[in-house]
Write a protein that binds this ligand. Structure first.
Ligand SMILES: [Zn+2]
Length: 535
């Protein structure tokens, strides 16, 4: 996700207060599949839903619960019928949870059918688009799927899904997966059926319905790439979204096979800048300019297809495994496409946001279990700083081990869930290095080092002395700082590394000629605020 519009989003939505990822996980059940059938109307915002849920029982149960927003004066959903394996079941629906009274044995799969109706308060955004036409867009992150879909609304319980949407005939409907059927039901109603055969988290299970113009851009291998834009934006939108094909090809080469059946890029009313819905990415309405301004945004959302949608965080506090990866692999895409300078420029551009956030939240680490509001997990820590951590990890282990490790991590946790420790273990294996110090200082500590570097040159002995002061820096922290030494022509002729630790670190290097200057971190590899204070 890209949070350009994030602040706005949570002004417009109810304040969601949670404990420390307090979702009441139920290890006794594992949802296998959702079939969401929804009827949409032009005249009202009322939707009628029928969801069939296949649930694998991991333990014997007497009852279990699903999430679905209750009906209130402001909207919400009313359950009209509930069946378990075709027999009506008693249930209660309170506090946005449906408790289903049914018993079962471990190993059984039961089918729960929930019929419901109501006006979604959130999650399914129903309204008029910027051209005044009615549209419907799912917008589930982080846990807003249950506003309109009966689900286990937590990323740890992934499932395959299908959307069967009945809508006025002039709507086109795009959802996760592949298009299975499109049938005219009557003079004014059409049914569109999409099936996603890859297990995905509820945060990225959505459909969109609007009067789109659709561009079938082409394929990358067997993966079709398409653009869905408001028909009034056809030419500009097709132009702006078309780079998704090259982005997909580039990232696939770097990370591994793309996990989903197709890639649709959709102009939408998502409250975010972009939302990485699986194979069905939604972008904000004004993403269309006709000037290709959103290449980085597309790259971010496409990178999420591997990181976040396929290999997902197991716990919300490890959301950097989605956002940090999407942020960094956007930069890696830029590097592969436009060269090394683009990577360095991109990394430098992130620094002010990291610095500003750190100044306001000096004790907050990337994994910060004290954060209780999910929206606050989206921050420069989990995006830009986490992207920087991956960049530094690449420097620490080298390109070969880094990209091998990332591919192995993805391959190991695709269609599944991971924690930071899982990623660390894979990277240790790939690099042959023990990396707990690295993950501890950068992921679990609120580290943003401030260093001052001074240097002097002894002409007689041809020695360059460098001292780095870092007040308050723990001796447990390791900071490999590259130092560029400028020769007579003013360009960097030599790069040396000083391993900074503790409050003061000094080195002496043999340098034949008097340097004309010294540059800290010339190749942009260390997240630190470094001042060079002169001779
Ligand atoms: Zn993102």
């Amino acid at each position: 996700m890209n949070p350009i519009l994030y602040t706005l989003a949570f002004v417009l939505t109810p304040c969601l207060l949670f404990g420390s990822d307090p979702y009441p996980l139920n290890p006794a059940i594992d949802v296998q599949h959702y079939a969401f059938r929804l009827q949409l109307s032009e005249e009202t915002n009322q939707v009628k839903g029928k969801t069939v849920i296949e649930v694998l029982l991991k333990n014997d149960i007497e009852a279990f619960s699903l999430d679905l927003q209750n009906e209130t004066a402001n909207g919400g959903m009313k359950v009209t019928e509930l069946k378990v394996d075709r027999r009506e079941s008693t249930f209660s629906h309170n506090n946005n949870r449906i408790r289903i009274n049914t018993s079962g044995k471990a190993g059984e799969t039961i089918r729960v059918t929930v019929q419901y109706e109501g006006i979604p308060q959130d999650g399914l955004i129903i309204g008029t688009n910027l051209f005044g036409e009615k549209t419907f867009f799912g917008d589930n992150w982080p846990d807003r799927a249950h506003q309109w879909l009966p689900t286990v609304d937590h990323p740890s319980d992934k499932a395959t899904c299908e959307f069967i949407i009945e809508a006025p005939i002039y709507y086109q409907v795009v959802a996760n997966g592949r298009l299975k059927e499109e049938t005219v039901l009557s003079n004014d109603t059409k049914m569109t059926h999409w099936i996603e055969s890859v297990a995905i988290p509820t945060k990225v299970m959505v459909f969109g319905a609007a009067t789109f113009a659709v561009d079938h851009v082409g394929s990358v291998g067997s993966i079709p790439v398409s653009s869905w834009v408001y028909h009034q934006n056809k030419n500009a939108g097709f132009y702006d979204y078309a780079p998704a094909k090259e982005i997909l090809a580039t990232l696939q080469d770097i990370i591994g096979p793309y996990p989903f059946e197709k890639l649709a890029n959709v102009q939408s009313k998502t409250k975010f800048g972009g939302m990485e819905n699986a194979g069905n990415i939604f972008y904000y309405e004004k993403s269309v300019s006709g000037e290709r301004r959103i290449e980085g945004l597309i790259a971010h959302e496409v990178a999420h297809q591997w990181f976040g949608n396929s290999a997902s965080e197991k716990d919300w506090h490890h959301v950097w495994l989605s956002e940090g990866f999407a942020t960094y692999f956007t930069q890696v895409y830029m590097e592969k496409t436009y060269g090394k300078d683009s990577l360095q420029i991109g990394m430098k551009r992130m620094l002010p946001k990291i610095d500003e956030y750190h100044a306001k939240n000096p004790t907050s680490a990337i994994v910060d279990t004290t954060i209780i509001e999910l929206k606050k997990l989206l921050s420069p820590n989990t995006y830009q700083k986490a992207g920087w951590v991956l960049h530094m990890l690449r420097k620490q282990v080298g390109d070969e081990a880094f990209f091998d490790g990332v591919r192995t991590y993805y391959d190991t946790y695709k269609f599944s869930n991971a924690l930071t420790s899982d990623f660390q273990a894979v990277m240790e294996q790939a690099s042959g290095q023990q990396l707990s110090w690295f993950f501890d200082q950068w992921i679990f500590q609120p580290l943003l080092p401030e260093l001052s570097l001074s240097w002097k040159y002894c002409k007689k002995l041809h020695k360059l002395s460098v001292e780095v002061k870092s007040p308050g820096l723990s001796k447990l922290v390791r900071l490999p700082l590259e130092v560029g030494i400028k020769g007579a022509d003013g360009t960097i002729s030599t790069i040396k590394t000083i391993d900074v630790f503790g409050e003061s670190t000094s080195v002496e290097w043999d340098i034949a000629e008097m340097p004309t200057g010294v540059v800290a971190d010339p190749n942009v590899w260390l997240l630190a605020k470094v001042k060079v204070v002169g001779k």
